[in-house]
Ligand binder design. Structure first.
Ligand code: HAM
Length: 441
């Protein structure tokens, strides 16, 4: 962690606070969160992707080489530290470089191309925290590795759009081509010439970027720079014939699939590894200030990581940004069975019954606070249970159980004997939603 906050600000009079720029995700928000992850697992798998689980740290070189020494991420935003052997490690600021490193390390090209991988998990960037920008944030993303063809670019864009659309989030899709090594140098030269003419209007960072990594000026969000950038030459006029043909084919496929997009000639994105296609799904009101998801093609990264010359394309979606964009995403709703028991014998029975209900995959709980019957029912309601299964004195005496539907307000009797109650419960409660796919993001 950064030294400045390490010793102050993390302990208030009320106790410890989470580190600056990090968040605790509590219920019910954690339930909405899980919905987003479940959708990612389901949809990415439906498109043929398989999950890759990576370390949250890499040797610093992976990011320095992969993302680029001159980028803001590598220059200013990495959480970097030395291990006990003196090797420099960095908490991952993004996952694409790690995926490319793993692909090269495990010779995954032998699996047959393309290899389609997806991931979810925390990323770390030492940015100035503000709305939608955190120091620990989470991404879900995919990487399609091995195809140089435009259909791969178009498919990942389609998938990203489907993901956001399924959550009911409206976005503006911006696309561009950043060309390749054969055409980009001429563009960079033209851009530098233009920027030099207006250098006194640029922020100090951009004056440095202009000399060291000219393209990165186009990522700057400072107001004074934005005005300069708006008049800068676009990439379109500088693309070589093969990059132009590639881009045209991607746009054609998007058009054929009825995907609306805008061509943003100065969109370059803040990472150096991109070649040809780049894209962003932006908040329609905030534009490029707050991309919900972004990605592009990176044809040299795997090679940079020590693998063969394997082209690739992918995207990442910011989970926090998606959650902020869609506050109506529902939580879990009412589900499961709360066992309400009165008296020592009934409590003991309920304690044993709970395991049976849980073994059915149903959410189930019971009172551990010695509450009254009324208070237990209230607790079941407060915790969002759909049913109460009641074992009171009448029930024990009469050899039955009362199943109360808290949503419908109805109740009925189940036979308590042997396994009958479980079978009847299963029939009444039906195929209720079970616990979702797990993901450690
Ligand atoms: P990125 O644009 O740096 O791209 O990040 C992707 C998404 O992560 C952003 O659009 C945003 O939603 C979210 N994000 C980034 N920084 C923060 C932050 N500080 N707080 C909250 N959310 C954030 C990449 O990371 C590339 N790896 C994308 C990619 C995949 N390109 C090819 N494959």
């Amino acid at each position: 962690m950064s030294g400045e906050e390490g010793t102050r600000g993390d302990r208030s009079r009320a106790g410890f606070q989470a580190p600056k720029g990090t968040r605790d995700i509590l219920p019910p928000e954690s339930e909405r969160w899980r919905r987003v992850l479940e959708l990612a697992h389901r949809l990415f798998r439906a498109y043929g992707y398989r999950e890759i689980i990576l370390p949250v740290m890499e040797y610093t070189e992976v990011f320095a080489r992969g993302i680029g020494e001159g980028t803001d991420i590598v220059r200013k935003e990495m959480f970097t530290f030395l291990d006990k052997g003196g090797r420099s490690l960095t908490l991952r600021p993004e996952a694409t470089a790690g995926v490319a490193r793993a692909f090269a390390q495990h010779r995954m090209d032998k699996m047959g191309l393309p290899v389609k991988l997806y991931y979810c998990g925390p990323m770390f960037r030492h940015e100035r925290p503000q709305a939608g920008r955190y120091r620990q944030f989470h991404q879900v993303g995919v990487e399609l590795i091995g195809s140089p063809y435009p259909s791969a670019d178009a498919e990942v864009i389609l998938l990203c759009r489907e993901f956001l659309g399924s959550l009911g989030i409206a976005t503006r899709l911006a696309v561009n081509s950043v060309g390749d090594d054969s055409c980009r140098p001429a563009y960079i030269e033209a851009l530098r010439a233009y920027l030099e003419g207006r250098a006194d209007e640029l922020c100090p960072d951009c004056r440095r970027r202009m000399k060291e990594n000219t393209l990165r000026v186009l990522d700057c969000k400072e107001r004074s720079c934005a005005a300069v950038i708006a008049g800068a030459p676009g990439l379109g006029d500088y693309l070589c014939e093969s990059c132009r043909a590639h881009h045209r084919a991607v746009e054609d496929l998007l058009g054929a699939a009825e995907v609306e997009f805008v061509r943003e000639e100065r969109l370059v994105r803040g990472l150096d590894y991109y070649t040809r296609t780049v894209f962003e799904f932006q908040d329609p009101e905030l534009g490029g200030q707050n991309a919900l998801a972004a990605g592009g093609r990176y044809d040299h990264l795997v090679e940079e990581m020590g693998g063969g010359p394997v082209p690739a394309v992918g995207f990442s979606i910011g989970v926090e940004r998606v959650m902020n964009a869609e506050p109506r995403l529902s939580g879990d709703g009412r589900w499961g069975v709360y066992l309400v028991a009165i008296g020592e014998e009934a409590r003991r029975r309920a304690f044993l019954m709970a395991s049976r209900v849980r073994a059915e995959g149903l959410r189930c709980d019971l009172d551990h606070m010695e509450r009254s019957l009324r208070a237990q029912m209230k607790e079941a309601d407060r915790q969002g249970y759909r049913y109460c299964l009641i074992l009171g004195e009448d029930e024990l005496r009469g050899g039955f159980l009362t199943l109360r539907d808290l949503e419908g307000g109805t109740q009925e009797r189940l036979v308590a004997a042997g396994e009958d109650w479980l079978r009847e419960l299963r029939e009444r409660v039906g195929p209720e939603r079970r616990g979702g796919d797990a993901c450690d993001a």
